[in-house]
Design a protein around this ligand. Structure first.
Ligand SMILES: O=C(O)CCC(=O)C(=O)O
Length: 299
């Protein structure tokens, strides 16, 4: 076999009554079709954003590469502050650009269009807007459960289970991000990717994709698109996070230890890469410092 296996993600027509037992507990992805027909958000378009938020400035990413792994790019080479209508003009011109992970609160009034309390009645939850054209997210995992809701346009989703991590070649300095492009993997350089099982779906307007915590995911919008994501509890435990690092072997342990000392203990700056958090070793240092000072971890 020369390429990874692809299998469709289960699709259902309504939110399953037994969702927690059937999907959340076993961490099984699922697509719920037409999940937001009753939400006012189902009527959002890029033009609505341009009209209602004509004086709002947002840090967008522009001139994005159309191939390769986005995490290799420097954030400052692509990050620009733009007025929302100027960003929408850019989208409409066919450029590859993204308002990535913008807190819903940056768009006053839009929270009324998303019934967050009904979707997630308790625990922590974070709502973000993702609006852009011809976007690619990079393959990564997040620590919290996620509902990714497609509002406008289409997205192609490729997911892989947490136990596939060694076949996805995470970055040593960022263990939640993969060095492979899942749509065009370099199998000569990353041979284990041939054995990956990808779970795939095409999301249309109104579809909700449940991405369980720790699952790898890659999203590509072929054209203009708007999505909402709702990260929420439960989250990976510290021991699950450390277990993921342990499984990656000595080369990654060495890199994490180096970054712990260099960027954490010594406070040396690091270069911000596109769509990437600080290096894993630095994050680990921050967690350790908080525990030593007796502070609780950030929510
Ligand atoms: O839709 C995207 O481009 C990325 C979304 C994502 O990574 C997420 O919701 O965790």
């Amino acid at each position: 076999m020369t390429t990874a296996t692809r299998t469709p993600i289960e699709r259902v027509e309504a939110f399953p009554g037994n969702f927690d037992a059937m999907y959340r507990a076993p961490r099984r992805p699922i697509v719920v079709r037409r999940a937001i027909d009753a939400w006012a958000a189902s009527r959002w378009t890029p033009e609505l954003f341009a009209d209602r938020f004509s004086a709002v400035d947002i840090a967008a990413t522009i001139q994005l590469p159309e191939e390769g792994v986005v995490y290799l790019q420097k954030d400052k080479a692509h990050r620009r502050t733009l007025r929302v209508p100027d960003f929408v003009d850019l989208m409409n011109s066919g450029a590859c650009c993204y308002l990535d992970q913008v807190d819903l609160g940056r768009f006053p009034g839009l929270d009324a269009d998303v019934p967050i309390d009904t979707m997630i009645p308790s625990g922590r939850r974070f709502a973000n807007i993702w609006m852009g054209a011809r976007t690619r997210s990079g393959l990564h995992y997040d620590p919290m459960d996620n509902y990714l809701i497609q509002v406008f346009g289409e997205k192609i989703a490729l997911l892989a289970a947490p136990d596939q991590r060694r076949r996805l070649y995470p970055f040593g300095d960022n263990v939640a991000k993969s060095r492979i492009d899942p749509e065009a993997p370099d199998t000569a350089r990353f041979p284990r990717v041939r054995d990956v099982v990808f779970h795939v779906a095409t999301l249309g307007p109104g579809d909700l994709l449940y991405i369980p915590r720790g699952w790898w995911h890659f999203l590509r919008a072929p054209d203009r698109s708007i999505s909402i994501n709702l990260w929420h509890d439960p989250a990976l435990t510290i021991s699950e996070e450390l277990g993921a690092i342990r499984d990656l072997g000595p080369a990654v342990w060495g890199r994490v230890a180096r970054d712990f000392v260099w960027h954490g203990v010594c406070g040396r700056p690091f270069e911000q890469r596109l769509y990437s958090p600080p290096p894993t070793g630095k994050l680990l240092f921050d967690v350790c410092s908080m525990l030593v000072r007796g502070k609780s971890l950030p929510s």
